[in-house]
Write a protein that binds this ligand. Structure first.
Ligand code: GDP
Length: 317
């Protein structure tokens, strides 16, 4: 059924920043009437989304993520790109405050007319924060941003969400600490398409050693027959050294990778996640809690197997 366009649709598609900011606020709202409006708006702009390079970026606090995004982002806007920077911050989901929300971290990009920076949505579950970031990404694309950087703190969980919404995933590391010391989990290394030893200016020899170690680790992790073998590079976000090579590696990755197929798989997985979550919520809303806990107790006591318990609950009373 055709519907009136949402009042933000036309200015958003024209690249109006205020309209984009208001659309994001709508998407972040938890009020039910806003949610319906947000979904209508997202559906109206969907055909104009999807035209950016989506880059995920992670690394422990202090590794230099903001400095790196500022330096890389400024190079990109200077080259004529329009760059959006978003964040998924697990601490914002827990505490309602964001450790990555401070705009002063990227002073040059913050004031640049072709850059748009949005801190992590706060509050709700990490899954909710990730969903709102994914929707914000689509809005930024519809508003004409051709490069979107999604940043997250490399401390677990949130990386998977960011890797699942981006085309290429970059891990920043430090030159002078082993992987264990840096708290880099094997799972995060497995997500990385590109590893960058940042702060190479501080101790160049250590950076070369760290790069060699990373290369070895990535070779061991790389799946057989993959078209892209994750690479390890060195850079300095402070001096700008190595940033051209990082961008060249991103472009090389995009040349050999079927990004459209990656996105289709991501969308299907996301849909399945949402469906699982909604189906569980609908089930909980429709069941007598006493019945659920009674069946759970019988499973615990061994009177029913878990499979029998589930079948009993799903059968009509
Ligand atoms: P984040 O927590 O990962 O966002 O890290 P920041 O970008 O805030 O950087 C943490 C500190 O490291 C800041 O004082 C930066 O100036 C510094 N820093 C970041 N990148 C580099 C680099 O390449 N070289 C040097 N020497 N310092 C850097």
């Amino acid at each position: 059924m055709p519907s009136e366009p949402h009042p933000l649709t036309i200015p958003l598609l024209a690249g109006n920043r205020r309209a984009l900011a208001r659309a994001i606020t709508l998407v972040e709202s938890t009020r039910p009437e806003h949610e319906a409006q947000a979904q209508a708006l997202l559906a109206q702009v969907a055909a104009h989304a999807g035209r950016s390079v989506r880059i995920g970026l992670t690394g422990v606090p202090g590794v230099g993520k903001s400095t790196f995004i500022e330096a890389l982002g400024l190079r990109l806007v200077d080259a004529g790109h329009r760059v959006a920077v978003l964040a998924v911050d697990p601490t914002s989901a827990r505490t309602g405050g964001s450790i990555m929300g401070d705009k002063t971290r990227m002073p040059g990009l913050t004031v640049h007319p072709h850059a748009f920076i949005r801190p992590s949505p706060s509050g709700g579950t990490l899954g909710g924060v990730a969903r709102r970031t994914r929707e914000t990404l689509a809005l930024c694309e519809a508003a004409g941003y051709d490069t979107v950087l999604v940043e997250t703190v490399g401390v677990g969980q949130s990386e998977t969400h960011v890797a699942a919404m981006t085309d290429v995933f970059v891990l920043l590391t430090l030159p002078n600490a082993g992987d264990e010391l840096q708290g880099i989990k094997r799972g995060i290394m497995e997500l990385a398409d590109l590893c960058v030893v940042n702060k190479a200016d501080v101790d160049p020899a250590a950076a070369v050693r760290a790069q060699t170690e990373l290369r070895t680790a990535l070779t061991l992790l790389a799946p057989h027959g993959a078209v892209w073998r994750p690479v390890a590079l060195r850079a300095s976000a402070r001096t700008g050294e190595g940033l051209a090579e990082v961008w060249a590696a991103v472009e090389a990755y995009l040349r050999v990778t079927d990004v459209a197929a990656r996105r289709r798989a991501q969308t299907a997985a996301w849909f399945d996640d949402l469906l699982r979550e909604s189906a569980w919520r609908a089930f909980q809303a429709g069941i007598d809690p006493a019945r659920l806990s009674s069946v759970r107790s019988r499973v615990q006591a061994g009177a029913l197997t878990a499979v029998q318990g589930v079948a009993a609950l799903l059968a009509p009373e």
